[in-house]
Structure formats: structure tokens, C-alpha cells
Design a protein around this ligand. Structure first.
Ligand SMILES: [Zn+2]
Length: 851
């Protein structure tokens, strides 16, 4: 009895094990990835694609995958391929032709045909188009995070790195770039075949190529010539930008080689500038993709545009070490590569500039963006859970791009910069051309500090949110008797504690005094301040490195003109805005007044940009329509007067953009129309083609019949990529409701969403407050589409979709629609739900704030 049941039990469990191992599910599950990582190594892909000129024709592909296999169990091997089974033309395993079997996005290879040790699988296929970004006469691949498997069969997980050998057959007059150097090319009557050398060791998401009708330029990067492919047609922009692009690239590259102690780790450098790129950039070694409009600037570029360009190049080049050389084990740690790319970009681009400018750049570019998510009910921690790579795209957002660098700066302060750098160098050396997790890195950093990194890590990395920080000062006569600072989580969870460093600044009539403090507790006394002379007013976090909502001293605001340091002013502006949102400071109307009154006095470009942005946010999102109408005339006059008073044309331009954003009265319309119609900018300023396009859209939004404006603007645009973009946006701006309806309902069809960058802009116009009475009807359908958009679109599209749609609503009905949607979908994907909560946070706050 016992014996037989034991046999039965064993037999049963064996079957169960078989069933478990053979589970074939969509995407790449953590379980599948783990099992493959244990059994597969030394992967090499030999790939060739035949790319026809006409984008509607199929791209034929041919590959051989070689790998070493540990044949432990008799379960089929799963190769990822997310396409129709008819796309697979033939499969052979170790020379034996087999019948292709595709199940839930995987080609199943019978273990009978596999051997212990070396294996070779040959597959002929029709490449899937979804990650090839096929445009009229060019294409570029974008496989991050798990889209290589939509184009060709592969083991699509970041920790199965491989060598890629690529051949591309393309129309004869096209150009191509890929990860590896071009070995040779053969030309026939109508096309040519480019043979690339063996690539360095790469994960599938970094394998890439671009081909098409590009112009090309070549110059030195390091000691070798490197090519850039581009389609920009504005000669002024090309002339003004090319040298800068290469010099920023070179200087960041040099900086990283020195800082990491590791020479550039790949065989080639190459750049491709993509018009209407859906990302800012993508770090494929040897073939980095860049957003064209960020790279090519004219001579009147603003400081923000110049910063964005150097940040973008600095970011992508930093990835060569962070992400490309050392890759995350799984996409839950995708933030580690992003944080280092941003953090290093800030270091390298800041290496040769004034520390004050560097601090201001860091503050204004990361803090407002991080707060925009971290203050919401849908805030996510930096490190998230990920069950399947098909959901990896949802990991991205301002928390990993903006909060993580802030966290890293605090970590560097905590450890000391030298120890921090030594730790990072050891991490890069240890895991070169391999994979690592965040705990691997924290483990190494731990060796270089006496601080408790594990509990620090728990709050900053594994939890979301931020603290509200206040102070108490007791005086005795003319001096400070005691000074204490308290912190509590913004939302009620009393256990959280953010250990961090920031200064307390005491302002006096003739001087200011900064005392750096390290906040370790919920309530902490600082004896450093005891006995100091009584100040006129106090500022917390004047250097802007601290994270949270810092209570602002009323006296500081009324004496604002006396704050000389632009970083302290930026920090105070941010605190003013955050306290307004938190109902712990000024009302929206007062805050708007404060910011607008600063326009004429603020002489720092980044600060001016910051407060003009805050002003338009408050104007549209936190003032009721009647209030806006009542204030607009005065507001327009103040902005224009401040603009005229500025000497620098970039500052004029920032204020002109602000005016263009908020104007409502007829005289303002007439003024803007004249500028646009005569193509004659206001005195002392230049406007480029894109500026006139934006101005046309602003006018069109405010016009009852705008087809003349839009058609005239269309006829003025010369660049074909920009014409294509405008043709999308103008449908959303149209004064004709049927055109807008058709545009919106057309978005349900995937093919109408392919230019995600243009759709993002179009949505902003479609849902502009001046159009919301009608477009509120689009909200339920927009939410319904979100899930599909996440699966079919690129990684930033769900965020951009939601931001474009909900960015400017304050109507309680809009919030009701969101709440009804949650009620109707109780089991909705939690990450997407958080994204909706993030995008509708201002809408939620407006219910009590907007007056
Ligand atoms: Zn990046």
C-alpha cells in the first residue's frame, strides 16, 4: 500500500513537473527567463534582412542561432517570436528540417532534436513590422524592452547576451548603420548588401540598425571617424549644430573614461538623428538614436534647449558603461541604467561649468518632474516588481528618470564622492559585459561606507512618496535658543523616514549664513544653530538638494528681491508651488500673482522658464474660467511689459511663449496674429519655423473658423517630416468638430497612432481647456483604449497619452469619469491604474484648490 502510493506520488509529481516546465505563456515570464538563463549560454545570432524600398512590402529575414545548451529535462525549448505562425517559413534544428510550431508567442523546439552542448537553429521568416518603425523612405529598429521578439525569433531577455552578425540588403541609394562596423558591401543593379562585422556582446534590446534615405556626416570621436545619419533640411540648424554635437559627444566620452577608469567599451561610435522620434534617445552602441529636434538647434536656441541637447548626448553616451557594458539582470532594474545615465550626464555636462549653474540645472530639471509623480496617489517606488517582460514598458516614468538621480545625489553625499566613485568603479569592473542587480551594487557600495545603506535603500528605493518638512525656532533675546526640524510623510504613513542632507539658510541685512544639516530623525534638534544671531528670515533647502515639501517662511516671500543666489530662488519657487498644491501655502491666485510679478525681476533664464511654466499651469488648471477671463487682460499686459524690459532675446522668447500660451483677449489675439501673419517677430527676438507652427496652433485654438490659418501654415512648412507631423496635429486643432471627432475616433485604429510624438502634441490641443466642453466626451473612450495602447505602443506612449488627455482638466465631471472607470474595472492592471492616478493628480487637487 505504502509502496504503490509512493510510486503513484512520484509519478504524479513527475507529470506535474513536466506540465510546469512546459507551460507556454505570452511574453517572457520571469520563470521562463530564469530557466533559459540556467541552460543556455554562448548565444550568437547570424541575421540577414532584405529590406524593400516600399514600406508595404514584407521584409524577409534569415537567421541562424547558435548556442550551448544544457539538456537537463525533456521540455521543449522556447524561442520568442511574437508574430503570426505564417510568418515562419522554415525551421531546421542541427541540420534537420522540422515543422514549425508556434504557441503563445513562442516557437517550440522539440528536445529530441537538441543536443547537449553546441546547437544551431536556422529559421527563415517574415520580419514583424511593429518595432521596425518603417516610414516612407527609412526605418529604424527600437527593441527596448522586449520588442526584438516581434521582429525575429530570439531569446529576448536582457541576461542572455549574444553576439550579432548582421547583413542588410537595402535599396542602392540608402545608407545604413548598425552596432558593429561595416565590413564590406556588395552592390547589384537595384540594391546593395551591407555586411557588418561581429558585434560586441549585447543584450537583444540593444541590437539595432537603421537604414534609409539619410544624409551623412563624419567626424572624429575619440581617435576614429564616426558617422551621423540625419534628415534635417534646415541649413542654418545643420551648420550651427554639427560641431557642437561632436564636441559634446567627445567631451562626455572623455569624462566617463576618466571617471569610470574604463576605456570606451565598444568597437564603434555612430549616431542617427530621427525626426519625430518617440523617445529622446536610445543607447544602441554604435548606432545611438536621437530625437532630431533636440540635436539640431538654430543659433537662437534657448539655454534650456542647449541644456537638453547636452543632457541628451551625455545621457546616451553614459549608457555605454551603464546599461550597455553592465546590463540589468531583469527589467525591474531598468532604473539603474537610467539613473546612472542621468546622473553621469549631469556630472559630465556640469564638469566645465560654474557649480551654481550646474546645481540650478539639476534642480530645475529633476525636482519638479519627480514631484509631479511622487506627490500623486499613484506614485510608484524607484524599484518595482516585474512578472513578465511584456509589462516592462510600464516601469518607465519620471520616478526612474528624475527621482532616482536625486536619490543617487543623496547617496553620494551620504558616502562621500570618492568612496562612491570607487564603489561604482568596482561594480563596473566586476560585471563588465555581464548583468547585475541593484542589490549587487548596494552590496559593493556597502564596503565603502560605515552608513546603514540597507535601511536607507528601503525608504528611498523600495518605497514611494516624499516628506513634508517644517522647522521650529525658539529665540532668547536676539539669538536662537533652539532650532529643530521635523519630517512626516505627505500621506499618512508615520513609519517612513527620509534620511537626507540639505542646508538651513539664515538671512541677515548684510549677509547670509548656510548651515548644512543631516536629517536622520522624525524630529531633530540642531545645536549647530544654537546661539546664532536672530535672522530676518529662514530658508530650508536653499541649495535645492533636499527632497520633499519644505515649509516656506512668509517673510522670505515678501523679501524675495533680496535673495541673490539663483539656486536659492529656484528652490523657493519650487517650494512655493508645492506648498500651494499641498494647501500649506498661498492660494493659486496669490501664487500666480507672485510668479507673474517676478517676470520682470527674475534675470536667470532657467528660473524664468520655471516660473513661466508654473504660471501657465496655475492659470489653466487651478483658476476657474470666469477668473481666467477676469485676469487675462492684466496678465497679458504684465507679460508683454516684462518681455519688452528684457535685454536678452532668450528671456524675451520665454515670455513670448508664456504670452502665447495664456492669451485670451481680442487685442492679444490681434497682436499674435500680426506676428504670425507677417512672419515678423516682436522686437529683439527671433522665431524659427517651429515657433511659427506653434503660434499658428495657438491662434487656431482661439478662432471659430481656423481652416485658413491652418492651411496657410501647412503651405509654409517645407520639410517633409514636419509636413507629415502638422497634418496630424492640425486635425486636432481644427475648429470643425467633425474633423476632430474623426481624428479622435480614428485613434482607435493602431495604424493612426504610429507617429506617437505627433499624437502626443495633437492630444494637448484636442483637450485644451478652450475645447474641453466638447472633448470631455472623449474621456471614457480614451481610458478604454489605454490598455491596448500600452500593448501596441512604445514605452512612453501610455504616459504621454494620459498627460495629453488629462493634463488640463479641472471639471469635476472629468474626475467622475475617471472614478467610474475604476469602479467598472476593479481588476484593472495596477501599474496602469497608477499611471492614471498620476496623470489626474492635478485634476483631483483642483477640486478643492480651483476658485
Ligand atoms: Zn536612458
Amino acid at each position: 500500500m505504502i509502496k504503490s502510493s509512493l510510486i503513484l506520488f512520484m509519478f504524479g509529481s513527475f507529470l506535474m513537473m513536466q506540465a510546469q516546465l512546459q507551460k507556454v505563456e505570452d511574453g517572457v515570464s520571469w520563470d521562463l527567463a530564469q530557466k533559459r538563463k540556467e541552460k543556455i549560454s554562448a548565444v550568437k545570432y547570424n541575421l540577414s534582412f532584405k529590406i524593400p524600398e516600399n514600406k508595404s512590402e514584407d521584409i524577409l529575414g534569415n537567421e541562424s542561432i547558435t548556442f550551448v545548451y544544457q539538456k537537463v529535462v525533456d521540455a521543449p525549448l522556447q524561442i520568442d517570436f511574437k508574430e503570426k505562425s505564417t510568418n515562419i517559413k522554415s525551421v531546421s534544428v542541427n541540420g534537420i528540417s522540422v515543422t514549425p510550431k508556434l504557441e503563445n508567442e513562442h516557437i517550440l523546439i522539440d528536445p529530441i532534436n537538441l543536443t547537449q552542448g553546441s546547437n544551431q537553429i536556422n529559421i527563415e521568416f517574415v520580419a514583424g513590422n511593429s518595432a521596425l518603425n518603417r516610414r516612407e523612405d527609412f526605418l529604424y529598429t527600437l527593441f527596448v524592452p522586449d520588442r526584438a521578439r516581434t521582429v525575429f525569433p530570439c531569446f529576448d531577455q536582457p541576461n542572455l547576451k549574444a553576439i550579432f552578425q548582421l547583413s542588410l540588403t537595402i535599396p542602392k541609394d540608402w545608407k545604413a548603420l548598425a552596432n558593429a562596423k561595416l565590413k564590406d558591401s556588395t552592390i547589384s543593379l537595384s540594391d546593395k548588401t551591407c555586411h557588418f562585422a561581429e558585434s560586441d556582446i549585447l543584450p537583444t534590446y540593444l541590437f539595432s540598425f537603421a537604414a534609409g534615405n539619410f544624409k551623412s556626416h563624419s567626424a572624429k570621436i575619440g581617435s576614429e571617424n564616426a558617422e551621423i545619419l540625419y534628415r534635417e533640411t534646415d541649413e542654418g540648424k545643420i551648420k550651427n549644430s554639427m560641431d557642437s554635437i561632436y564636441s559634446i559627444y567627445n567631451s562626455t566620452l572623455n569624462y566617463y573614461e576618466k571617471w569610470t577608469g574604463i576605456k570606451y567599451p565598444f568597437q564603434a561610435n555612430g549616431l542617427i538623428s530621427i525626426p519625430d522620434f518617440q523617445f529622446g534617445g536610445m543607447e544602441h552602441p554604435g548606432a545611438i538614436l536621437f530625437q532630431n529636434s533636440t540635436l539640431f538647434l538654430d543659433k537662437d536656441a534657448t539655454q534650456n534647449q542647449l541644456n537638453n541637447r547636452s543632457n541628451l548626448i551625455g545621457h546616451e553616451v553614459a549608457h555605454m558603461w551603464f546599461g550597455d557594458l553592465v546590463t540589468m539582470e531583469w527589467f525591474n532594474d531598468v532604473w539603474t541604467k537610467e539613473v546612472f545615465a542621468n546622473f553621469m550626464a549631469d556630472k559630465s555636462t556640469g564638469a566645465n561649468i560654474d557649480p551654481e549653474v550646474k546645481a540650478l540645472k539639476f534642480l530645475t530639471s529633476h525636482f519638479p518632474a519627480a514631484y509631479s509623480v511622487d506627490r500623486s496617489l499613484g506614485a510608484n517606488p524607484i524599484r518595482q516588481q516585474l512578472d513578465n517582460l511584456k509589462n516592462a514598458g510600464m516601469m518607465y516614468g519620471p520616478i526612474i528618470y528624475d527621482k532616482a538621480p536625486i536619490m543617487m545625489q543623496q547617496l553620494e553625499l551620504l558616502m562621500g564622492s570618492e568612496n562612491f566613485q570607487k564603489g561604482i568603479q568596482e561594480y563596473l569592473r566586476t560585471f563588465s559585459y555581464k548583468n547585475a542587480t541593484w542589490p549587487d551594487l548596494i552590496g559593493i557600495l556597502d564596503k565603502y561606507t560605515t552608513q546603514d545603506l540597507q535601511s536607507w535603500n528601503k525608504i528611498w528605493v523600495n518605497e514611494s512618496g516624499r516628506p513634508f518638512i517644517d522647522y521650529k525656532v525658539k529665540l532668547k533675546g536676539n539669538s536662537i535658543k533652539s532650532f529643530s526640524i521635523s519630517q512626516r510623510p505627505e500621506f499618512n504613513d508615520s513609519k517612513k523616514l527620509w534620511v537626507q542632507t540639505f542646508p538651513v539658510t539664515l538671512y541677515y541685512a548684510d549677509r547670509e549664513e548656510n548651515i548644512q544639516i543631516n536629517l536622520q530623525k522624525k524630529e531633530q534638534k540642531f545645536v549647530e544653530l544654537k546661539g546664532k544671531e536672530k535672522p530676518l528670515y529662514i530658508q530650508l533647502n536653499a541649495s535645492g538638494i533636499g527632497y520633499g515639501i519644505f515649509k516656506t517662511d512668509d517673510q522670505l516671500i515678501s523679501n524675495f528681491d533680496k535673495i541673490k543666489n539663483p539656486v536659492s530662488r529656484a528652490s523657493a519657487y519650487i517650494s512655493t508651488f508645492e506648498n500651494m498644491l499641498n494647501s500649506s501655502g498661498m492660494t493659486p491666485e496669490k501664487a500666480l500673482q507672485f510668479f507673474v510679478n517676478r517676470f520682470s525681476k527674475e534675470d536667470n533664464e532657467l528660473n524664468l522658464s520655471l516660473i513661466s511654466g508654473y504660471s501657465s499651469t496655475i492659470f489653466w488648471e487651478f483658476l476657474k474660467e470666469e477668473k481666467r477671463n477676469a485676469l487675462s487682460s492684466g496678465l497679458e499686459t504684465t507679460i508683454l511689459k516684462a518681455m519688452e524690459g528684457k535685454a536678452e532675446k532668450n528671456q524675451k522668447k520665454i515670455l513670448w511663449d508664456c504670452f502665447q500660451n495664456v492669451f485670451l483677449t481680442q487685442p492679444a489675439y490681434n497682436k499674435a496674429f500680426e506676428v504670425w501673419n507677417n512672419q515678423k517677430p516682436p522686437a529683439g527676438m527671433t522665431l524659427n519655423d517651429d515657433d511659427y507652427t506653434n503660434l499658428a496652433n495657438a491662434l487656431a485654438l482661439r478662432s471659430n473658423d481656423n481652416s485658413d490659418i491652418l492651411n496657410k501654415q501647412l503651405s509654409r512648412i517645407k520639410n517633409p517630416d514636419k509636413i507629415a507631423r502638422f497634418k496630424i496635429v492640425m486635425q486636432a486643432v481644427s475648429s470643425d468638430k467633425t474633423t476632430r471627432d474623426n481624428f479622435f475616433y480614428g485613434l482607435a485604429d493602431k495604424k493612426n497612432r504610429s507617429n506617437e510624438s505627433a499624437i502626443g502634441s495633437a492630444l494637448y490641443y484636442l483637450h485644451h481647456p478652450l475645447r474641453q466642453k466638447i472633448s470631455i466626451a472623449y474621456l471614457p473612450k480614451s481610458l478604454e483604449l489605454l490598455q491596448e495602447i500600452q500593448t501596441t505602443g512604445d514605452i512612453f506612449f501610455p504616459n504621454n497619452w494620459l498627460k495629453g488627455i488629462f493634463g488640463y482638466y479641472q471639471n469635476p465631471k472629468a474626475l467622475e469619469i475617471v472614478n467610474d472607470f475604476f469602479k467598472a474595472n476593479p481588476n484593472y492592471n495596477s501599474i496602469l491604474k497608477n499611471k492614471i492616478l498620476q496623470a489626474t493628480d492635478n485634476l483631483r487637487r483642483a477640486q478643492s484648490l480651483a476658485k
